[in-house]
Design a protein around this ligand. Structure first.
Ligand code: FAD
Ligand code: FMN
Ligand code: SF4
Length: 711
């Protein structure tokens, strides 16, 4: 799985959606799973692997899915012996046969299908011919009745795990043949307020979305994939899709990804011992069309319906992006879809499998080198048989290449062989891409870590960009003392820019333990690698690196006019948690700021803390916590935090800086070992602002760093 997704990520698409991943803690074929916390470390490895492979240029989402039971098609005799439930209705219809229930079952097992058709219900016949399949309308079954009660919680828990694993967002699977699509379906006749009318069919999908949003907050991307058309008799149509799209967008989803078809209702009868597969009938063909089909061919069959959904959403005054997929096979076609307003984002499944580098080749202007999908669905056939999915265009090539991993049948390679493009060094890819891209004039408001690092990365990507950073303070001013980084953060810094990474690590103090002091008792936990660096030294390293790359740093410049970015192609709000850029475009970013109640003050001390230390101390005013760590051979950060009541009781509102330090020195007497607490320029008690925004961009204005979200 890691190789497979790393290969896609190397192509550096804008976003990558990891395949349908089960939200319950039950296995199902080769399905990826996210139904328990034990899956988080594995998924985190996946995200890490993809991020490295993409050089940080791709956003990663995971599709989360719930599905109902589908059993294999049984032998006829087995069906009547083990699965069939004989009722009075059957007994009445078999009156003439007579005998015990066992006699009746034996008789049924011998009847031809035409006869059985008369005696068995539609669902019983289906269970015999296709294998038993649950539906959302089976209200006689308690676990199906209860779906609206349990699904919001398990989707939300899965989304929280996705966030913990490092994904940028989730795609709720509301499409094809699975539970949530069952609720949206026009065939959903549930009578409990979750079926029949359009609003009732949309109710659970909206409740699931709200539960997920509540659990993950505004800063995490949440969208869904759903159908523009079920492509089955009596199924939902593009009219339904317009309605659902507007409701989802209105509820606040970040994107709508539209697919079509892929239903069980018209699936082919499976062989005995196999389960039905929803992509074998006409609706399946509409979902993943092959060249062996109708005269319209497999190309862009979902585009018009996608355009309808997008227009309906725009007419409702919403800007939610619409993602379209389905046989989009070429650059000109994709560009035309975007230009004509049928969609905002193009998604590609099979073409990406056929050539995981096609995104990169396009950007490099090497479209002629793209290995083009021939849309015959060999890959999908493998998926149907629960075999490892590969593409026929490359899975037999260079099998003996060193490092090529083979499928379990030993006959196919699992990932595409590297192409000429991926054999280029990353820097030459960047040069090549840059050569074809327009250089930009970029105005960055705020010269904190986010603004400076962004300037560095943009300059690295294309030295022709003209970048100006406006910073209201001077080059030697900063608030706070030292900051800490985990070794994971360091690995990101290293991957993104080795020279600034080197300059930062050279100035760091490192340790591998965390210490907690509670009621005077210290507990040390090893194996947590951290490093501390003076905030000013850290900023200095970024000043030097960005200036060296040609970034224009303008200190002592307080930007107050946040009007349109006159003369600039891009205005970047990197102006921290209290961002003015964000305030200027509040209506578009839709920020939420949650001021936490605790107070904290950022102090320093010469007492050398050997670990990242969390100390709890109590006095007559209440409980205090100190977060302390060294960041130079002779200095440590000492951040003190307390509740509002404690803060009031201690009377800090009327204490001077000096009195505050003396008071806290008394509280943490034992921990400071006689060393005084130190202040610098900006010392005062603060409350932490939890910042989130519904959107991160508005036209050519973007927010980054704390202006966008605080941690
Ligand atoms: C107590 C505390 C401890 C922390 N410890 C750590 C830690 O150990 N490790 C860690 O990784 N993170 C830590 N953080 C978080 C970290 O400080 C922030 O995430 C980081 O500083 C955000 O960088 P930024 O560039 O987005 O914003 P800021 O650092 O806030 O920078 C914004 C810059 O914009 C400038 N500016 C603002 N308005 C204007 C204007 N109108 N015109 C011109 N300039 C303007 C400001 O002067 C400032 O320099 C801590 C935060 C707090 C509050
Ligand atoms: C091997 C394979 C696996 C797929 N897995 C998923 C999936 O997990 N979730 C999903 O929504 N669609 C899945 N699809 C469907 C695709 O997302 C897409 O809708 C379909 O293939 C049509 O787009 P295309 O022409 O770009 O391939 C899969 C398709 C293929 C071929
Ligand atoms: S096997 Fe390859 S060429 Fe064939 S449909 Fe799948 S991705 Fe396209």
């Amino acid at each position: 799985v890691l190789d497979w997704y790393a290969r896609f990520a190397e192509g550096q698409p804008g976003a990558l959606v990891v395949e349908a991943t089960g939200i319950r803690d039950i296995p199902s074929g080769p399905l990826l799973r996210i139904g328990d916390d034990r899956f988080v470390p594995g998924l985190a490895r996946l995200v890490d692997t993809m991020r490295r492979a993409s050089g940080g240029r791709t956003r990663f989402y995971i599709q989360i899915i719930d599905f109902l039971a589908v059993r294999r098609r049984p032998e006829k005799a087995t069906y009547f012996r083990r699965f069939f439930h004989l009722t009075d209705r059957h007994r009445a219809l078999l009156r003439d046969v007579g005998g015990t229930d066992d006699d009746l079952l034996a008789h049924l097992a011998l009847l031809p299908e035409e006869e059985l058709d008369r005696i068995l219900s539609r669902q019983e016949m289906e269970a015999l011919r296709f294998g038993y399949r649950e539906r959302v309308t089976d209200l006689d079954k308690p676990h199906i009745r209860e779906l609206p009660r349990i699904l919001p919680g398990i989707f939300a828990a899965a989304a929280v795990r996705a966030r913990a694993a490092g994904f940028d967002g989730v795609e709720l699977h509301y499409a094809h043949a699975y539970t949530m699509a069952g609720f949206l379906s026009a065939l959903n006749t549930r009578t409990d307020g979750y079926g029949a009318s359009r609003p009732a069919r949309a109710r659970l999908p909206l409740e699931v979305y709200r539960a997920v949003r509540d659990a993950v907050g505004a800063g995490f991307t949440v969208g869904c994939r759903y159908l523009t058309d079920e492509c089955i008799d009596g199924g939902s149509t593009p009219d339904d899709a317009e309605y659902f799209g507007v409701e989802f967008a209105r509820a606040g989803m970040d994107f709508l990804s539209v697919s079509r078809g892929g239903k069980f209702e018209d699936a082919k009868q499976p062989k005995v011992g196999w389960a039905a597969y929803p992509y074998t009938g006409q609706s399946g063909w509409e979902c993943m069309p092959t060249v062996l089909g109708d005269e319209r061919g497999p190309f862009g069959r979902n585009v018009l319906a996608s355009g309808r959904v997008r227009r309906a959403v725009r007419d409702a005054g919403l800007q939610t992006p619409v993602v379209v997929s389905g046989g989009i096979h070429g650059f000109d076609q994709a560009e035309a879809i975007l230009a004509e307003g049928h969609a905002d984002v193009i998604a590609s499944a099979r073409q990406s499998l056929a050539d995981p580098d096609w995104f990169l080749k396009m950007r490099l202007g090497r479209g002629a080198q793209v290995r083009r999908c021939v849309f015959t669905n060999y890959c999908e056939g493998l998926d149907q048989m629960h075999k490892q999915v590969t593409c026929k265009l490359w899975d037999r090539l260079d099998l003996d290449q060193p490092g090529a991993r083979l499928a379990s049948d030993g006959k196919r390679r699992l990932t595409a062989p590297p192409s000429a493009v991926t054999r280029l060094q990353p820097s030459s890819i960047a040069d090549d891409v840059a050569g074809r891209r327009k250089a930009m004039r970029i105005k960055i408001v705020g010269g904190g870590p986010a603004g400076l690092y962004f300037a560095i990365l943009m300059k690295k990507q294309d030295p022709r960009h003209e970048i100006v950073v406006f910073e209201r303070d001077g080059p030697d001013d900063t608030f706070g003392w030292g900051i800490v980084f985990s070794d994971r953060t360091f690995s990101y810094l290293r991957e993104s820019d080795e020279p600034s990474y080197r300059a930062i690590v050279d100035r760091c103090e490192t340790w591998d333990n965390v210490e907690v002091v509670h009621r005077g008792q210290a507990v040390t936990i090893h194996g947590n690698k951290f490093a501390g660096v003076g905030r000013l030294r850290f900023l200095k390293a970024l000043h030097e690196r960005s200036a060296g790359l040609g970034v224009d740093l303008r200190f002592h410049t307080n930007v107050q006019d946040m009007g349109p970015a006159n003369g600039y192609d891009l205005l970047v709000g990197a102006d921290g948690a209290r961002s003015l850029v964000r305030q200027a475009f509040e209506a578009s970013f839709e920020p939420t700021i949650d001021w936490r109640r605790n107070r904290y003050i950022w102090l320093g001390t010469h007492r050398r803390f050997e670990a990242l230390t969390l100390t709890f101390r109590e006095d007559e005013a209440g409980l205090f916590a100190a977060h302390s760590y060294r960041f130079s051979p002779s200095l440590s950060t000492f951040i003190v935090e307390c509740g509002e009541e404690t803060w009031n009781r201690a009377g800090f509102d009327s204490k001077s800086e000096e009195e505050t330090c003396r008071y806290l020195e008394r509280v943490f007497r034992e921990d400071l070992r006689g060393q005084p607490l130190l202040t610098n320029n900006f010392v005062r008690w603060l409350r932490f602002a939890l910042v989130a925004n519904r959107r991160w961009s508005h036209g050519n204005v973007v927010l980054i760093g704390d202006a966008l979200h605080t941690a």
